[in-house]
Design a protein around this ligand. Sequence first.
Ligand code: ZN
Length: 256
Amino acid sequence: MSEAIAAAAAYVRAAQRAVALTGAGLSTESGIPDFRSAGGVWERFHPIEYDDFVRRHDARREHWRYKQATVPVMLAAEPNAGHWALAGLEAAGRLHAVITQNIDALHQRAGSRRVLELHGTNTEAVCLQCATRAPITQALAQLDAGHEVPVCARCNGWLKPATVSFGQALPEDVLAAAIDLASRADCFLALGSSLLVQPAASLVGMAKQHGARVLIVNLQPTPYDATADVVMHAPLGATLTRLAAAVGVAPRGAAP
Ligand code: ZN
């Protein structure tokens, strides 16, 4: 393990454009379960297809019930050691950007500045009609006041959580920026992602193909382990704290 940390730190130190891709495994230590293996309230609701949300009121209602049950948990969560370590690396000029599959905004709350959210964010809602965005708390307040589906303050259109639903295209500009980052990275860190969901997973292959060193930290094996330069099947928070220390960077904001 120490050897792997030292090797990873050497790659990060040597890099001019290190980029991280983060997945659900990074946020589990903040108490946010991985939706696919969560259990409990997170599984009482069926995932909604985007087209159903647009067309059917019962689908909109069901999806907002799910959000009403789960978003407050996410908003109450705090960044963990992994988020702080990445924010520290960026502040020290050792990490160019974070691409994330997570929708919890914990990177930004830890102080990361350049964050690309591939799957959108749970902190906002967006109007299906005029694309105006509103804080998710405003939408939740409407639900608490008895509305089944919150509406846009500007045009009264239906609000949808600003997350990417099944069957919904990823935001084009974000995806293009992520592809650009991956193809120009000289060190690519895949952190807490199963690397099973496309197109996020393919960013690893893209980075490797363009000559980046690939570092993987995840509790479980991933399909890209065999091609990576360093693989650690270990807890994210502790591992990234050690990595940042080995690079010579203090975690950002970890102390009150
Ligand atoms: Zn609107």
